[in-house]
Design a protein around this ligand. Structure first.
Ligand code: SF4
Length: 690
């Protein structure tokens, strides 16, 4: 059976053979994302499909209940809350683990039938800043390039992106390109595995990325490396950006000093960038998870627009998503800030979507973003919450306060695969959902490629697809006709029709897929949207036309502002959090695979030798990290990979696996004002031996 890996945004094709729940997997040689390769996580999928710990039946207050009883209770409590307190008193917190069909159903119920936009996704933590930067520059949330560009490029810049660990198969493709001379530059405070083998590593000071990218653009202008013809024909805002750059000293020495990198290294990066037309700049969590996340994305895109390096083979600014279907959520309106089909909340788009759905209402304005949503729950403004396929008690910043919010919420529904996540104890109703190997539907990877996830075996117990759980609750709320789908193929077809409905030339269009038959849906080959009668589309903006009203891209003036909260004598270190190579999110799946637990068996605190010596911390010693939000204890790793003055903790472990070593209760709930994405990469902290 051909299916898709459920972990990262590379979206690798998998060939799986199942004998009951004995599953063997191999890379799908015919899938254009991976051409047969799999990383350690994908290769271990067979170890994660057992039924141990699964939620197999609906429960109400801890006792097993029937689906009809549970569904009726959820519908009743949501309806009562809405009737008493209005539609904005309820919320859905969903996930990049959902399939596109699931996302579409949840978004339709919340925005079109409940009439609120309080549906947000854990993708808010992943790439919301890139979404806003795309919209500002291109007029819509559009990823210009494709994976082939990563092989065609002569220079790849990794900005806050440890691809060797987070997107390993894509990294292998680029490593092969290095054999023919491709250069790698890594911009990252840590000497990650990606940085280790790079041609150049710029270990910049935390949150100095905008300063660095602005410095690059100023240098490109000085060198005469701007593509004036491209800018004149296709780009607005260049003069405004140039004026913004002129407000601070952009000399090489000043930029190098502010970024904390050697001037000679910075000069080398600037020169390579200026001399290399085929350049791709990848940006990921290290750029996005910041109070300046949007500005970082804009500064990267500015450099590409100014040099015309976009819409061409081997040239693009390229946001890489963390999750398997973050893109599907962006497309179908899984974010509180987008309606559906990448449409905004302007009157015309609202009316169009409402008409298409035959909806009784439509949300008038964007809803609460993830961090705001849990603040609203804690303050009692949201009184009913449905958490789908995610574990916010572990994954959100200031996770201790998130637990308080969940505990205070009058009605919490959790639909999940696992029975005992950190979030599950707060649920009044638990609804069993399907896992990988049972689910059937579509996902979209980081290069806009839609692929099928296919079921390998039957649903266990009474577990159901997420789209169907949503449809059942919607039906019980009285919205019968609009949620009467009988299959995931029907949901997909409706979604594809919406993408094409009164499209008006918007780029997101699934075109011919709007008439897809169930048989064609089952057999759907991986395809990149926009889809035309000629097939998928590898690159966007090849003709220099953008999705803005006048068809021109918009460069954005951005000023370097540094972190939201500076370090100080009480909290002198910068705490950075992130992934490890072989684990995924909150361990509910990869924690089941012994081969994946071996690489990093427990949480740790990584600290530079100079800081370790000053603080009396030694390798392997239990160490306490304290921030204004909380404390954690884990073993120390003393490593020169860490930048002096900063420490690192992996974010995967929750109460279930390592109560003392949880990183996210330490993280400050500071967010980018425009994207709402939290600053996971910098929280003032102190450390000492435990
Ligand atoms: Fe799965 Fe990502 Fe690994 Fe591919 S690179 S096998 S999608 S985790």
């Amino acid at each position: 059976m051909r299916t898709t890996c459920p972990y990262c945004g590379v979206g690798c094709g998998v060939k799986a053979k199942a004998d009951g729940r004995n599953v063997s997997v191999a890379g799908d040689a015919a899938h254009p994302a991976n051409f047969g390769r799999l990383c350690s996580k994908g290769s271990a999928l067979g170890s994660t499909v057992g039924l141990e710990g699964r939620l197999l039946h609906p429960t109400i207050g801890g006792r097993q209940a029937s689906w009809s009883e549970a569904t009726a209770l959820v519908a009743k409590r949501f309806k009562e809350t809405i009737a008493r307190h209005g539609p904005d008193s309820v919320a859905f917190y969903v996930s990049g683990q959902l399939l596109t069909e699931d996302y579409y159903a949840a978004n339709k119920l919340m925005k079109g039938f409940i009439g609120s936009a309080n549906i947000d996704t854990n993708s808010r933590l992943c790439m919301a800043s890139a979404v806003v930067a795309h919209k500002l520059a291109f007029g819509a949330d559009l990823v210009p390039g494709c994976y082939e560009d990563l092989e065609l490029a002569d220079l790849v810049v990794f900005s806050g992106h440890n691809a060797a660990w987070t997107h390993p198969v894509l990294f292998r493709r680029m490593e092969q390109a290095r054999a023919r001379g491709q250069r790698h530059v890594v911009i990252d405070p840590r000497r990650t595995d990606t940085a280790e083998g790079a041609d150049l590593h710029l270990p910049l000071a935390p949150q100095s990325d905008v300063r660095l990218w602005n410095g690059l653009l100023a240098d490109l202008i000085r060198r005469g490396a701007v593509d004036r013809a491209y800018v004149a024909a296709h780009v607005n805002g260049f003069a405004d950006v140039e004026a913004e750059l002129g407000k601070v000293d952009q000399s090489l020495t000043a930029v190098a000093a502010d970024c904390g990198v050697p001037a000679a290294d910075l000069e080398q990066f600037f020169r390579w960038f200026a001399e290399t037309p085929r350049t791709v700049s990848l940006f990921s969590m290290g750029a996005n998870q910041s109070a300046q996340g949007v500005a970082k994305g804009s500064a990267i895109i500015n450099a590409h627009l100014a040099t015309g390096r976009i819409g061409k083979p081997g040239a693009a600014p390229f946001s890489i998503t963390g999750q398997p279907n973050a893109m599907g959520g962006r497309e179908t309106g899984g974010m509180a800030t987008t309606l559906a089909g990448h449409m905004d909340f302007d009157p015309e788009s609202r009316e169009r979507v409402k008409r298409f759905w035959g909806a009784p209402t439509i949300s008038e304005k964007p809803g609460l973003k993830a961090v705001e949503m849990f603040e609203a729950i804690r303050e009692g403004r949201i009184k009913a919450l449905w958490v789908m396929a995610t574990n916010p008690a572990v994954s959100l910043p200031n996770a201790g306060k998130v637990r308080e919010a969940l505990a205070a919420c009058p009605f919490v529904v959790v639909s999940d695969v696992m029975a005992d996540t950190d979030t599950a104890p707060f649920a009044h109703v638990k609804l069993p959902a399907l896992a990988w190997g049972e689910k059937d539907g579509t996902v979209t990877n980081s290069e806009r490629r839609i692929s099928r996830q296919r079921a390998l075996f039957d649903a266990p117990g009474e577990a159901r697809p997420d789209w169907r759980i949503v449809a059942d609750v919607a039906t019980a709320m009285g919205f019968v006709d609009a949620f009467s789908w009988r299959s995931q193929a029907q949901v997909f077809r409706e979604w594809a029709r919406l993408s094409a409905y009164e499209n008006g030339g918007r780029v997101l269009n699934l075109g011919p897929l709007a008439a897809i038959t169930p048989e064609a849906y089952d057999a759907l080959e991986p395809v990149q949207w926009p889809v035309t009668s000629a097939g998928g589309t590898a690159r966007l903006f090849t003709d220099g036309r953008y999705q803005t009203p006048d068809g021109r891209a918009r460069m954005q003036p951005v000023a370097a502002e540094g972190p939201a909260e500076a370090t100080d004598p009480a909290f002198p270190l910068s705490l950075n959090t992130g992934r490890v190579r072989d684990h995924w999110h909150t361990l509910t799946r990869t924690g089941l695979a012994p081969e994946l637990c071996r690489h990093t068996p427990e949480p740790y605190i990584e600290v530079h030798p100079a800081d370790a010596e000053k603080l009396g911390i030694t390798e392997g010693r239990l160490t306490r990290v304290t921030t204004r939000q909380g404390e954690a204890v884990a073993v120390a790793k003393v490593s020169e990979r860490q930048r002096p003055g900063s420490i690192f903790m992996p974010m995967h472990w929750g109460e279930t696996f390592a109560p003392a070593g949880r990183a996210n209760p330490l993280v400050a709930p500071k967010v980018d004002a425009r994207s709402g994405q939290p600053e996971f990469k910098h929280t003032p902290a102190r450390a000492r031996p435990y």
